[in-house]
Design a protein around this ligand. Structure first.
Ligand SMILES: Nc1nc2c(ncn2[C@@H]2O[C@H](COP(=O)(O)OP(=O)(O)OP(=O)(O)O)[C@@H](O)[C@H]2O)c(=O)[nH]1
Ligand SMILES: [Mg+2]
Length: 422
């Protein structure tokens, strides 16, 4: 299994600001409050699109930002909610919060989705703060900041295509030429000891994953050579690319090789032999290969792709053909039912509403209090007073007193400083 991994920051949209406004009508000197609420900020949603096979699109981004909600306005006009940002991801994508290590989403099938960061709610307009005792409040809120998280996105990928064949026929060479992979290549048998995976991108931007397997030999299905250990890796691929050394360079007959490998595949499992096969005739540069190919074609009734992997000849047509065939074959579910460990989605972590530490000043920290701070408009008396009241309600005043804060001490929340009064 090939795991692709991307670390990225997601910042959902903030809510729009609430509005402070008052009705103005002819002959009504002091109209009531009519500032509307801001709209909700855009969520960041990951959604499976089964056409995607890699996380390449995410690799080039450092962060994903949601849109801000619209601000509220006078005459009780609510701001519009922002549209969500929907990021397409492939089947088998998991998302982990880097701070807590908790899995936020495990997206398995086409259409599965999860909210990765929640948009902030809209700030309330002054209309919302009106009470019988304060019918004309001069107060409204900023929008709530959108949720911010650093995440790790992982893709557990299974190959679409398996390259099989005898040792030294050029499987790893093909993989190295058509994909981003860098497998070991050498003139001796069993150069490849475990499967290599590579991502192939065609000129018309289709993407698939190819596995290059260790060479198979007679008896492989029963464990000869590296044998059956790796055959199960191709059980879940959609296509088998059967690579044949058409030059017969080791004194072999390409048609015998073809039959031998098919026999091993069949003996290992019916599933393998029933898979769609594409025949690749490699080493066409070597003398005798052309003649062998002619003979070979007389004996088999399938399309053969002649290539010279070493210099790349024929590979462009080959990968376009593979992509065309893949388009016609359904992707099998990525996981068997019993392989799925859990689908539990976690949302916010529980935490203390605030902490206070004595540094150069009394520093108050905590999501709730910091959020309240960011949502407060300090340019009005009502706003500032409400903030002070909230500090008291949350128990921050009491806690400061308990810790020994004295009249005149400085208290800081984010970059805002104020003086503590007992
Ligand atoms: N002349 C020629 N040699 C090739 C070609 N493709 C691969 N070779 C050579 O064949 C040898 C084996 O190539 P590999 O790609 O390692 O073969 P493999 O099928 O992965 O081999 P194992 O991993 O051992 O099963 C290397 O020396 C390659 O340079 C080709 O198109 N022409
Ligand atoms: Mg190899």
């Amino acid at each position: 299994m090939f795991v692709d991994e991307v670390k990225i920051k997601v910042i959902a949209g903030s809510g729009g600001d609430g509005c402070t406004a008052f009705r103005r009508e002819k002959f009504v000197p002091n109209g009531g409050p009519n500032g509307g609420n801001g709209g909700r900020g855009g969520n960041i949603i990951f959604k499976v699109d089964k056409g995607l096979r890699t996380l390449l699109d995410l690799k080039y981004q450092k962060e994903i930002k949601g849109k801000r909600g619209e601000h509220g306005s006078g005459k009780n006009q609510y701001g519009k909610n922002a549209e969500d940002v929907i990021i397409k991801v492939p089947e088998g994508t998991t998302v982990t919060d880097l701070e807590t290590g908790v899995v936020i989403a495990d997206l398995v099938k086409d259409g599965d989705f999860a909210i990765i960061a929640y948009g902030g709610r809209g700030g309330r307009g002054n209309k919302a703060f009106a009470t019988p005792t304060n019918p004309a409040p001069d107060i409204s809120e900023h929008g709530e900041p959108g949720e911010e998280r650093n995440i790790k996105v992982e893709l557990k990928m299974i190959a679409d295509v398996g390259l099989v064949g005898l040792p030294s026929v050029g499987k790893s060479t093909i993989l190295s030429k058509i994909s981003n992979a860098n497998p070991k290549i050498a003139a001796y048998h069993f150069t490849t000891l475990s499967p290599n995976l590579g991502v192939v991108k065609t000129k018309d931007e289709r993407v698939f994953v190819v596995a290059d397997l260790p060479g198979l030999i007679e008896g492989a299905s029963k464990g000869e050579g590296l044998g059956d250990k790796f055959l199960r890796h191709i059980e879940r691929t959609r296509i088998i690319c059967h690579v044949i050394d058409m030059s017969g360079s080791e004194g072999r007959d390409p048609y015998d090789d073809y039959l031998l490998i098919n026999k091993e595949l069949e003996e290992f499992s019916k599933k393998l032999i029933n898979k769609k096969q594409i025949i690749i005739a490699n080493k066409m540069d070597i003398e005798g290969a052309e003649k062998n190919l002619e003979e070979f074609k007389k004996k088999v009734d399938v399309k053969v792709f002649p290539v010279t992997a070493m210099i790349g000849t024929g590979l462009d047509e080959l990968i376009i053909h593979i992509a065309d065939v893949l388009d016609e074959i359904e992707i099998e579910p990525l996981y068997e039912e019993n392989e799925i460990e859990s689908h539990v989605l976690y949302k916010f972590k529980k935490e203390k509403p605030f902490t206070i530490t004595k540094e150069d000043a009394w520093i108050v920290r905590g999501d709730t209090i910091e959020k309240l701070f960011k949502m407060t408009k300090f340019n009005t008396n009502d706003g500032t007073l409400r903030f002070a009241r909230k500090l008291k309600q949350m128990g921050i005043d009491d806690e400061l007193k308990k810790l020994g804060a004295k009249d005149g001490d400085t208290v800081r929340i984010l970059d805002y400083e104020f003086t503590y009064i007992e």
